[in-house]
Write a protein that binds this ligand. Structure first.
Ligand SMILES: [Zn+2]
Ligand SMILES: [Zn+2]
Length: 503
């Protein structure tokens, strides 16, 4: 790739209208890799172009040159298109939509995922016309025993048939509607697999011949637990395609394209998946009674007035709001805050349903708390020896968890909240200062136990249930209360669109 091309990747997005220049604020490159792409290798940039070509409909320059003689016009158009595609991808994955190929964007591109496009519309209402579909396993995996594969596939079909009016029968020999195979590299369908990692599987929309067929990358380390890639959630996702569902940008949906199997979360259809499949095939008559017992989970919605948070922290220039498996990233240069998975940024070993999170700017660490454990991460990697017990920080054994962590960047200390108490931790000496105080004495007016706390813009912000308390530390009083979600600004056009779609 030429030097010129690399420059475009990093600079041209700035010329796009309607954006604050992306370099307006200083970026630290030592921390979260959100800075410009100075450090990206040519191989990485080529990888990114291929990724955008495959998943976001980007047409590379070489292909377009054939179509036009005027290369100048073509080039500026080409750059605009590239930035535009990067931005689309960033929006889809809840990243700050700068249009720039940051290291962080590249890291998300490199996460394991499904091989189907995120933007291609397969046409609304593509579906099988019959209610009972046959499937056949044509090529087995060499590493998994056949009975185990049968069991996983049967369970995955049941996930869909329990909510929609559709049934599945396995055939041993005869032709079937849906043919399932474990395939290696180029397997003659125009979408070769890429070996370990990257693309895990793909499927074809309903139709004759290859239509409805499902292919798994045979080189993946498939498993039934947390090692390698768990076959079950990937199968449920691919079967969704085989039934006619495209990708969803709802990170709570099984049809979200990224692999996101995390410990303590049983893969299941989200509210959105259920609505989508029922739209195609109708509602399974038994679904109503089933769902009254255990309704499909809804992805948290930032405009929900009842929204509460597990934890809130600063991270470089951003504010991060954590909820269940998800987080929202509020970046000072972008109006919209989109939901994403915690696991889309950090490794799966970072737990969900967190208690507290803070950024230690002095050491460039981000610290996560859940129960009696805490994790420290540098860049996107868990530090050696973590998780550790919170007693390491100086908590007595009676303290079983931390409600919130409030870090003061300039003063190098952190306040931990536990029940009705708060503890001051000296980050320079790495020790607790004295004994705990009562919250009602140190922070009068703040309810406890608190959900989350963060210092920014000169104020302390506390969160409890659906209320946000803006607190002035000097006068020691609450100066304003508002809905907890007021910092997430939920009134953009895009959000309204998502809201409409979701209802
Ligand atoms: Zn997919
Ligand atoms: Zn294939």
């Amino acid at each position: 790739m030429s030097k010129m091309k690399m420059l475009w990747l990093s600079l041209l997005c700035l010329m796009m209208p309607s954006k604050t220049p992306v370099t307006a604020l200083p970026l630290r490159t030592t921390d979260l890799p959100t800075g410009p792409n100075d450090g990206l290798s040519e191989a990485d940039q080529e990888f990114a172009e291929e990724y955008l070509q495959h998943f976001y409909g980007y047409r590379p320059k070489s292909e377009r040159r054939k179509r036009t003689a005027d290369t100048d016009v073509d080039e500026s158009d080409w750059n605009t298109q590239l930035c535009d595609k990067v931005e689309k991808m960033q929006r889809f994955f809840g990243l700050p939509p700068s249009g720039e190929l940051t290291k962080e964007t590249l890291a998300v591109m490199k996460r394991p995922r499904c091989g189907l496009s995120d933007v291609e519309q397969f046409g609304k209402n593509i579906r099988w016309k019959k209610r009972t579909l046959s499937y056949r396993i044509a090529v087995y995996s060499r590493s998994i025993p056949a009975p185990k594969v049968h069991k996983v596939f049967k369970a995955a079909w049941k996930v869909w048939s329990s909510v929609a009016q559709i049934k599945f029968r396995r055939r041993r020999r005869k032709e079937a509607d849906i043919v399932i195979s474990f395939m290696n590299r180029d397997h003659k369908d125009g979408s070769p697999f890429d070996g370990k990692g990257g693309v895990l599987a793909h499927a074809f929309m309903p139709g004759y011949g290859i239509g409805g067929d499902v292919h798994f990358d045979a080189e993946e380390d498939w498993s039934f637990n947390f090692t390698g890639f768990n076959l079950f959630p990937v199968t449920v996702h691919e079967f969704g395609h085989a039934l006619g569902l495209p990708h969803s940008s709802d990170p709570g949906a099984i049809m979200y394209p990224a692999y996101n199997f995390v410990p303590n979360y049983e893969p299941q259809l989200s509210y959105r998946d259920v609505k989508d499949i029922q739209h195609l095939y109708g509602i399974n008559p038994n679904f109503a009674s089933l769902s009254s017992k255990k309704p499909p989970p809804r992805t948290p919605e930032k405009c929900d007035l009842d929204l509460s948070f597990d934890a809130v922290t600063e991270l470089q220039q951003e504010l991060l709001f954590f909820k269940d498996r998800f987080m929202w990233r509020k970046h000072p240069q972008f109006d919209e805050t989109r939901i994403t998975l915690i696991s889309s940024l950090w490794p799966e070993s970072v737990p969900t349903h967190l208690d507290a999170v803070y950024e230690n700017t002095r050491k460039n660490l981000i610290v996560f708390f859940k129960g009696h454990l805490y994790w420290m991460l540098r860049q996107l990697q868990v530090e050696d020896g973590f998780p550790k017990n919170i007693s390491n920080l100086g908590f007595p054994s009676r303290i079983k968890s931390v409600d919130a962590a409030l870090h003061f960047r300039n003063d190098r200390y952190t306040v931990f909240f536990t029940g009705n108490e708060c503890w001051r931790y000296n980050e320079l000496q790495e020790m607790m200062e004295g004994s705990p105080s009562l919250i009602e004495k140190q922070w009068p007016g703040i309810p406890y136990p608190i959900d989350a706390a963060v210092f920014f813009d000169g104020f302390v912000h506390f969160f409890k249930g659906n209320i946000h308390y803006k607190y002035d530390s000097d006068s020691k009083r609450v100066i304003a209360t508002s809905p907890a979600n007021d910092l997430l600004e939920c009134k953009t056009e895009d959000d309204n669109e998502i809201l409409r779609e979701g209802r």
